[in-house]
Write a protein of this length. Structure first.
Ligand code: LMR
Length: 396
């Protein structure tokens, strides 16, 4: 049976990991996969995570099935982290959350859930969007189309064009928005722009699906949730997919959440029952360890504060890296204006070099980035920024 298969190309993001690890160049630089790195290039385990894991080790007393919903305390705490404690939708009992295997798991159950709501729904994604969004939703049988978003020439948002397109999308479709730290462009909506997007969403009646994979990496935990909170206050239905991979550094534990906002409590219950059916049909129930760590942290005031402090260190370092790269490029007499990198947010920006230059950076300098020239800013450090800037100068 397998004879009919032809090989798939390596994943455009994850495939870089294998190539980078196999490269023996002493100055190699990994700007590929979006993972936080400390100044020595290591992806550390947060101290608050280590403490929570120790507590968990001492108190965990069973490994019995957790059930398709996952951990109830985790779900409640993640809902409050995303929406705040007193959001009107929370007080009206309109919100239901399930734990999922990472943010990707959340997106996949959202995809199957959408398919059950409306088998003909089109999912609209920003142009560009995270490389895996399209494949993931198409795998669930959903047609994916794009709305204008990033202007590669001016390095700004195509906001007017985006709004014009959203104003043509009808109530049977779904529009995917990035809550913050847009992956791959680093260009976020301002709060005023969010307000306009929310207005057109409510007017057109399409369902917003917000992907929040980087809460706390942009401006702060509450600031980054502005769009999520305002949107949920203004629309009948909404889907939120969150990830704990980056902000808790729990990449390999695979923990995230899928949240539904219903018109009222009854509708939320019905929608939740469908979501749980979808979960049962895909992976039955989520892993528990990551959820246990997160709920221990968020449910223990001192640990939560420690987490917020460690998150700020990561956020500040990424912002510092942005400024450092711009400065170093100037110091290497690069005439092209790269100041946009310092204005963008989160883990990623497009460097803005062409595919041949991306390839040369890899082949001649062992600098790894996605073919679109997306760079993971966290991979820059004081130790490699000079080499990086000099190499970019050479290929330019
Ligand atoms: C990324 O965009 O690099 C991360 O979200 C990791 C991934 O799974 O692609």
């Amino acid at each position: 049976m397998f004879h009919s298969l032809s090989a798939m190309p390596a994943d455009p993001i994850l495939g870089l990991l294998t190539q980078y690890r196999a490269d023996s160049h002493p100055n190699k630089v990994d700007l590929g996969v979006g993972v936080y790195k400390d100044p020595s290039g290591h992806t550390p385990i947060l101290d608050c995570v280590k403490i929570a894991e120790k507590l968990r080790f001492e108190t965990e007393d069973t490994k019995v099935y957790i059930g398709p919903t996952g951990s109830a305390p985790f779900n409640q705490l993640m809902t409050e982290l995303a929406f705040g404690h007193s959001h009107p939708a929370l007080l009206a009992d309109r919100i239901r959350t399930v734990s999922t295997p990472g943010g990707t798991g959340a997106l996949r159950v959202a995809a199957d859930f959408i398919k059950r709501c409306n088998p003909n729904a089109v999912l609209w994604v920003s142009d560009p969007t995270w490389a895996n969004h399209t494949g993931l939703f198409e795998a669930a049988g959903i047609t994916v189309k794009t709305y204008p978003y990033y202007d590669y020439d001016s390095k700004t948002l195509k906001f007017d064009q985006m709004m014009a397109k959203l104003a043509t999308i009808g109530k049977d479709d779904v529009v995917l928005l990035h809550a913050c730290c847009h992956n791959p462009s680093g260009m976020d909506l301002t709060q005023a722009q969010w307000d306009e997007v929310i207005e057109v969403t409510a007017k057109q009646g399409f369902t917003p699906l917000i992907d929040m994979a980087y809460q706390g990496f942009g401006d702060g935990v509450d600031e980054d949730a502005y769009g999520v909170r305002q949107m949920a206050a203004k629309v009948e239905n909404m889907i939120l997919c969150s990830s704990c991979s980056k902000n808790f550094g729990l990449y390999r534990e695979r923990i995230g959440a899928c949240t539904l906002v219903g018109k009222d409590s009854n509708q939320a219950n019905v929608a939740n029952s469908v979501l749980l059916y979808v979960v049962r049909c895909i992976y039955s129930m989520p892993p528990a360890h990551g959820a246990a760590i997160v709920e221990t942290i968020l449910g223990t005031p001192a640990l939560k504060q420690q987490w917020l402090d460690e998150l700020k260190v990561m956020r500040d370092r990424i912002n510092g890296n942005r400024a450092m790269l711009v400065e170093q490029l100037k110091m290497n007499a690069v005439e092209r204006d790269f100041s946009f990198i310092a204005r963008q947010k989160g883990m990623f920006s497009f460097l803005g070099v062409n595919p041949q230059q991306v390839e040369r950076l890899k082949q001649e300098h062992s600098i790894y980035m996605v073919g679109s020239s997306r760079i993971s800013i966290a991979g820059i450090s004081e130790a490699n920024v000079d080499y990086l800037a000099k190499s970019i100068a050479k290929v330019l």
